[in-house]
Design a protein around this ligand. Sequence first.
Ligand code: 8YV
Length: 319
Amino acid sequence: MTAPGQESRPRLLQAGPLLPALEQALAERYAVQRLSDQADPSAFLAAHGTDFVGYVTSAVMGLDAARLAQLPRLQVVSSFGVGLDRIDLAAAAARGVQVGHTPGVLDDCVADHAFALLLDTMRRLSAADRFVRRGDWPARPFGLSRRVSGARLGLVGFGRIGQTIARRASGFDMAVRYHSRRPVEGAAWPHEPSLHALAAWADVLVVITAGGAATRHLIDRAVLDALGPEGFLVNVARGSVVDEAALVEALQAGRIAGAGLDVFADEPRVPETLRGLDNVVLTPHVASATRETRQAMGQRVIDNLEGFFRDGRVRFAAT
Ligand code: 8YV
């Protein structure tokens, strides 16, 4: 066993638990320590922060400016996930720290999950499942749901994942429009410059835009009211994009028809009020969580580090 002082492999600090296979792949290549294993992370960083040249994190665990400041010799960050809203890119850039993430490999699974939530909320699958399990079927009819085929799908955000969702929608003969800051060149679907107009037009609004300050509470009370009592909301982006209190009020008052949510304002806490509603489908931030996709994301984490330590550049740089 190599004594700490003799370790010649690059030293990495891992923010918290990751997939066991990824942790193993990291440990085979680097000298890795897990910050979340330390009883007092701040004291640990004060004593050992200068040891680390790399930081491995995730879209959820992130890396803020305060933590970055505790790692004065840091050169590279490799994040498990595509979202960058919890990583202070400006602070990293100011220090010349490269940041890599995992774009491209999770588009299909996040789009599939968005569609699963869309189908579930509109066709009331989870509610029907609860109905049968409760033994309510003999006593009363379940009632009607909403037709998905031919419905109008409004996409808030039209990056790689948004476009993948749009392609899924063609199999359901849905009309698709999207809202984004700028029209996407060559897109096969119309751009709607007004988010309110998109919400008023759509039967179901799917949120798949980046998180962060620029999109905070983009989906507010006015947008929900434009969506209206027949409209559904699906969020597979970030909880911060939706004003959650306004959403709960709209759902409780029947001012929108239902919601399918994979992300929340204060994960992993989900408001009791949401959990009590039957017209809501809730999943614990798992849109990318298939074995295949998580394995591919883990490979990107390794590729970014290998690119950096071999050629001086992460392979999938965050911009
Ligand atoms: C997370 C995500 O990476 O990629 C993202 O932006 O939100 C997820 O895929 C995942 O929850 C692990 O942190």
